[in-house]
Design a protein around this ligand. Structure first.
Ligand SMILES: *Cc1c(COP(=O)(O)O)cnc(C)c1O
Length: 403
């Protein structure tokens, strides 16, 4: 008899996006003429930069010419891209410590594989659902409790009381997922917070998995990389992506930094995490396609860097508009400074799904219910500023009428 990985049955039933889809469909049935504004999904709206498209096309042409055609590339990425990333973003690292991947999502999902299922995991709450769900699938948790949390996971609340800066766990944990600027709160972790976590990890022999998918949006002076913290190389893996900064959500390219200094003590000896991750990548992937890596390389030119700054500024301006607009109407809103997301408090005693429905039905605006990111998101909805300027303006006007 075939046995299944029944850990999948522990996953909470309603995956966020299908549930939202269902509610949006229901509204369309009820109010067929409603002009919906979508500020829900965190996906970019602007096209690829011209020099990225040129690189993509040139590389595609190379693939069609016998003299320049390429087959399999290195699993961990072409040297030209790893070198560009190391030189530009990670001056204290060698290209060899940079792994190219088809998306931060894949690496954030897969990194847990190289660690024992017996490890105890801590996750910021609310958070990008991938961290928790992949640990559930791997069998690192007990079933979902009535509280909406999984037994066996240590949740690190990020809320108004702590200024959205998680406290250290009060029990021993082995793996710690942090995301800064955090999706969905839109708030970056401060240098003090990150220092506390790095010190904790060093003292406790823990490893930090640091999601920096939104680092390009940081303007407040908060750290963009965990490696800005002393000693982080010994305890942290950092994941970055071209998705949000350069509009690569449809192209798929990201990178993960695994420092050589990162060692884990197990079975009586220190082991290189880099060696394990390299082994995994060599076995399980054949890398990212050549044209896409050439497209990513084009981001490390003068035009590429300028285009990223312009694109990020565009989205940041929209986020600021939305943040200030909602604030002026009287909503309690956070984020929107170091990230394209606005974290909006629901009215007193109104749950996040209830407020999501209210906003959908009365303003015809699609948002995300905070609780979709974990119990720590209850009492909030998330707005994404990945939208056209007119959509942002119209949203503010509709909320003004709602109030
Ligand atoms: C969008 C997003 C990513 C994923 O990026 P891809 O590189 O497109 O897979 C990772 N983490 C967070 C928090 C995100 O919001």
């Amino acid at each position: 008899m075939t046995k299944l990985n029944l850990n999948y049955h522990k996953l909470s039933g309603n995956y966020l996006f299908p549930e939202i889809e269902k509610r949006v469909e229901a509204l369309k049935q009820k109010q067929p003429h409603a002009a919906l504004l979508n500020l829900g999904v965190g996906d970019v709206t602007q096209p690829l930069f011209p020099n990225v498209v040129a690189a993509l096309m040139a590389a595609s042409a190379e693939m069609g010419d016998k003299s320049t055609f390429r087959g399999y590339g290195p699993s961990e990425g072409y040297h030209f891209l790893r070198k560009a990333i190391a030189e530009h973003d990670y001056k204290d690292f060698s290209p060899d410590e940079i792994f190219i991947s088809d998306g931060a999502n894949s690496d954030l999902a897969d990194l847990q594989e190289i660690f024992s299922v017996e490890n105890r995991v801590a996750v910021i709450d609310p958070a990008y659902p991938v961290y928790v769900d992949t640990n559930v699938m791997a069998g690192r948790t007990r079933p979902l409790l009535k509280t909406g949390r999984y037994g066996g996971i240590v949740y690190l609340p990020c809320n108004e009381e702590n200024g959205f800066q998680p406290e250290l766990p009060n029990v021993h944990v082995d793996l710690i997922y942090l995301c800064s600027p955090n999706n969905p709160t839109g708030i970056a972790l401060s240098k003090e917070t990150l220092t506390k976590f790095v010190d904790y990890a060093k003292k406790n022999g823990s490893v930090i998995l640091f999601d920096a998918a939104y680092e390009a949006f940081v303007t407040s002076g908060a750290p963009r990389s965990i490696y800005e913290i002393d000693g982080a190389k010994e305890v942290a893996i950092e994941v970055r992506s071209f998705s949000k900064s350069a509009g690569f959500t449809g192209l798929r390219c990201s990178y993960t930094v695994v420092p050589h200094e990162l060692k884990v003590y197990d079975a009586g000896a220190f082991h290189s995490v880099h060696a394990l991750w390299k082994r995994r990548v060599d076995t399980k992937t054949n890398g990212v396609s050549y044209p896409i890596q050439k497209a990513a390389e084009a981001l490390y030119t003068k035009q590429g860097q300028q285009a990223i700054r312009d694109a990020v500024k565009n989205y940041a301006d929209r986020a600021k508009n939305l943040l200030n607009g909602l604030k002026s109407i009287g909503y309690t809103v956070y984020g929107g400074v170091d990230s394209p997301y606005i974290w909006c408090k629901t009215p007193p005693k109104v749950g996040s799904w209830e407020f999501f429905d209210f906003v959908l039905e009365n303003a015809h605006v699609v948002t995300l219910p905070g609780v979709g990111f974990g119990q720590g998101g209850e009492g909030y909805i998330r707005f994404s500023a990945f939208a056209d300027v007119q959509v942002i303006q119209e949203t503010i006007q509709r909320f003004r009428k709602l109030a």
